[in-house]
Design a protein around this ligand. Structure first.
Ligand code: AMP
Length: 283
């Protein structure tokens, strides 16, 4: 496994792999890797011949007062994990390598970036789209792997690839959870013991909606209300949003008739956690 920090080194390594006829995959991450990230790398290794993992805590997707400085970083541990997982190249650029001091052009996510996470974190998805577009330009992967954990991000990246005709196939990977249902997240390390215990409320809320839907409930507002009621029972949790949406347009649904996704976002102390689950009707 090679470790490189410059765009030029990535281009050379990928060019050499491509000359050997290899199919190139990219797994973008912010590091502090856990089994969720590694599931993406594993999926990439199965579908491609040369797997590039980027580790970059992207400042432009953090708002003022968010956790950019405190975001967990442990590069040596990340390298060990990626080596065991079978990654070929790890790209760890500095902020200066990614953003020229006079850079001006950014990618606007459009209306999908204004709701849910975008409403609470203004500018977040512009930062995400810009860095993902840059990584696609640097690596030029055939395939890029994203987790359903960040469902809105995945929907926006798919939309960006489609709307900008970017020559890359987006592969979505399922959410990896610990046995009590909590979705793995680099931010889980921020939780106190009490908050960690309370954090299972996200999964409980989603399962409540899932169970009602499977039982035949098609009133999407009622499903969202059931999730809110579940979260209200956890004293440490403050609700940001709970919604039942169309997975492609992210519009809030009235009725469950086709594909649907339940989304929740909760604050536990200083930490924000997000989670989601597909909903299918009992029919
Ligand atoms: P991050 O390092 O948080 O930017 O995440 C990098 C990628 O890993 C994103 O595509 C995430 O959606 C994905 N990811 C994070 N947590 C999980 C998880 N628990 N299960 C599956 N994918 C995940």
């Amino acid at each position: 496994m090679e470790r490189v920090g410059s765009i030029e080194e990535v281009r050379q390594a990928v060019l050499a792999a491509r000359r050997e006829g290899k199919r190139i995959a990219l797994v973008p991450t912010m590091g502090a890797l856990h089994a969720g990230h590694l599931s993406l790398v594993d999926a990439a290794c199965k579908r491609a011949d040369y797997v590039v993992v980027s580790i970059f805590v992207n400042p432009t997707q953090f708002g003022p007062g968010e956790d950019f400085a405190a975001y967990p970083r442990d590069l040596e541990r990340d390298f060990d994990l990626l080596r065991s997982e079978g990654a070929d190249l790890v790209f760890t650029p500095s902020v200066d390598a990614m953003y020229a001091a006079d850079a001006q052009v950014t990618v606007a996510p459009g209306p999908l970036g204004d709701v849910f996470e975008g409403e609470i974190r203004p500018g977040h998805f512009s930062g995400v789209c810009t860095v993902v577009a840059k990584l696609f330009g640097i690596v030029q992967p055939d395939l890029a792997f994203f987790g359903e954990k960040d469902f809105q991000q995945l929907a926006i990246v798919k939309r960006m690839v489609c709307d900008l005709d970017l020559p890359v196939r987006i592969v979505a990977c399922p959410i990896v959870r610990v046995p009590d249902g909590l979705a793995l997240s680099s931010r889980n390390v921020y939780l106190s013991a009490g908050e960690r215990h309370a954090a299972t409320v996200l999964y409980r809320a989603l399962r409540t909606a899932e169970t009602l839907a499977l039982g035949g409930e098609t009133d999407a507002a009622l499903l969202a209300e059931a999730m809110r009621a579940c979260i209200a029972e956890e004293p440490l949790a403050t609700l940001d949003y709970a919604a039942v949406i169309d997975p492609a347009t992210l519009r809030t649904l009235d009725v469950l008739a086709g594909p649907a996704r339940a989304l929740v976002a909760v604050r536990l102390g200083e930490t924000r956690l997000i989670d989601n689950m597909p909903l299918s009707t009992g029919a």
